[in-house]
Design a protein around this ligand. Structure first.
Ligand code: ADP
Length: 479
């Protein structure tokens, strides 16, 4: 049995801005169920973590963390949720603020978090055999552990959930904070800046990313976000393990957020559609296809394409609901298009878990035309709620959505490959035709119910990574 410590910046049910939280919140349980590893998780204790959770947390230690010439205190708290032990780093100066990210001093905040994690290691209930960090916010824990650990007994894994975000900082400020001797600088630098993700990629014993296709893509300059040379260098230690979702939580037969539970029967799904139409002031009709977007409204998600062709698409007898927040240009464009088409489109600029679940359950089609997509969980959740995804063939979308083939009846969604607005429009129009043909639509609907993206296989793949690292270690010791 291997003890593994996940280090990350968000996890359901405590705090969430996106798919990273879904993964860190659900993967540990799945790995623990294999019986071969025991995962616990360490996160910052943000102010937005609700009192319902805080009131039952237990403080187990208090440590000093040095940042340059300053000393900060961090409290270590713990709480067990659904059998998984969570640890929290408490420091009001860095985390007693609204939200999670987006502060000028995010670099310093996460340097503090990573240093605090290492200070807290001796106080954890179980010493980790493997420290498994997620994304740039946690990557320094790997780099610092490898740099300063006297005996290399803890193995390290870094998972890339999104290569675009790297945690870049100016040299002087960073090296002061971290007290790093100059001989180690090169492992932390990239392209004239300190780069936290690069530091993790350079030092980790193994690197994973969240789908096999993205693992290949990021070794190219188009997807590599400037880090492709180092990913190529480390290609032998890089693997793509497809994300799953918590199919107990995202379960249309039991989800309490839904208006009506349903499993396979389209009529019960229709009741959820009527509920959303009424809730958002759209005409309540069964015979009109309802398209949904639930997303961060950012360039990554391909919304240049959708905003470009949405008005043309809305000339057809369709409904579209957009739920999301993000870049103001997309918030503005989606709001304007909805205002121009009040009986067909609604834009809700908010992040709301309950509404999101209701919308996944209500929609017939889910639009996700991403420019790049490491894995994507939204299309997997849509499939759980029997909603056909319409995606661009990239990264994890390519690995999880197969185009509907009306001749042999295979496929669970609609796909297009070029990053081109009219290719998206064509595929939207094709989905509209399929919706209005009972034969074709019922074939497609059957395919939506066939497969669940559970963590089962992927959890075993992570355990295999831990095993191979720890076995290599014992082999080295014997030699
Ligand atoms: P990313 O992590 O890149 O944002 P993913 O598809 O991996 O994209 O995961 C997004 C997660 O965030 C999903 O669980 C999705 O349902 C959720 N989500 C996105 N936007 C919203 C929103 N406006 N309200 C509620 N949940 C949202």
């Amino acid at each position: 049995m291997y003890n593994v410590l996940f280090v990350g910046s968000e996890a359901t049910p405590f705090i969430k801005t996106g798919g990273l939280a879904d993964v860190i919140g659900s993967l540990p349980k799945a790995i623990n169920e294999t019986g071969d590893a025991e995962v616990s998780v360490i996160l910052p204790l943000y102010r937005d973590i609700k009192e319902t959770w805080r009131k039952d947390m237990q403080t187990i230690a208090s440590v000093e963390v040095s940042l340059g010439w300053r000393q900060h205190q961090a409290n270590l708290l713990t709480y067990v949720f659904e059998g998984v032990r969570f640890y929290f780093i408490e420091n009001d100066f860095y985390f007693g603020r609204d939200g999670i990210y987006g502060y000028m001093d995010d670099g310093e905040r996460f340097v503090f978090f990573n240093k605090a994690v290492l200070e807290c290691l001796p106080h954890l209930y179980q010493q980790p055999d493997v420290l498994h960090a997620h994304d740039w916010h946690a990557a320094l824990s790997v780099a610092l552990l490898k740099t300063f650990q006297s005996a290399p007994s803890i193995k390290t894994v870094l998972t890339i959930h999104n290569l675009k975000f790297q945690g870049k900082m100016e040299h002087d400020a960073f090296f002061d904070l971290i007290n790093l001797p100059p001989k180690h600088f090169s492992g932390f630098e990239w392209d004239g800046m300190v780069n936290c993700l690069k530091a993790g990629l350079f030092h980790a014993d193994h690197i994973t990313t969240v789908s096999p296709s993205y693992a290949e893509e990021i070794k190219t300059s188009y997807f590599g976000e400037g880090l492709d040379p180092i990913l190529l260098e480390r290609a032998n230690d890089l693997s793509g393990i497809l994300n799953g979702i918590d199919t107990e939580s995202y379960n249309s037969a039991t989800d309490d957020a839904l208006y009506t539970h349903f499993q396979y029967h389209p009529t019960l799904k229709q009741a959820n559609k009527r509920f959303i139409q009424e809730k958002f002031g759209l005409p309540v009709r069964d015979d009109v296809p309802l398209y949904a977007v639930i997303s961060r409204l950012t360039e990554q998600k391909g919304f240049h394409l959708l905003t470009r062709v949405a008005s043309e698409f809305l000339e057809q007898d369709v409904q579209l609901v957009v739920l999301g927040t993000g870049e103001s240009r997309f918030e503005h464009d989606f709001t304007q298009i909805a205002e121009a088409n009040p009986t067909k489109m609604v834009t809700k600029l908010m992040f709301d878990e309950q509404v999101a679940r209701q919308l996944y359950a209500a929609a017939d089609f889910f639009i996700m035309p991403s420019k790049f997509e490491p894995c994507g969980l939204a299309q997997l959740i849509a499939l759980q709620y029997k909603t056909a995804p319409i995606v661009r063939e990239t990264g994890g979308l390519k690995d999880t959505v197969q185009p509907f083939n009306e001749y042999d009846g295979s496929g669970n969604g609609f796909c297009f490959s070029n990053y081109n607005a009219h290719d998206l429009l064509n595929v939207l129009r094709y989905s509209f035709d399929v919706y209005h043909d009972c034969n074709r639509f019922s074939k497609l609907y059957d395919n939506l119910t066939g497969h669940s993206f559970t963590w089962f296989t992927s959890a075993k793949s992570y355990v295999d990574v831990y095993k191979s690292l720890c076995r290599a270690e014992s082999y080295e010791l014997v030699l």
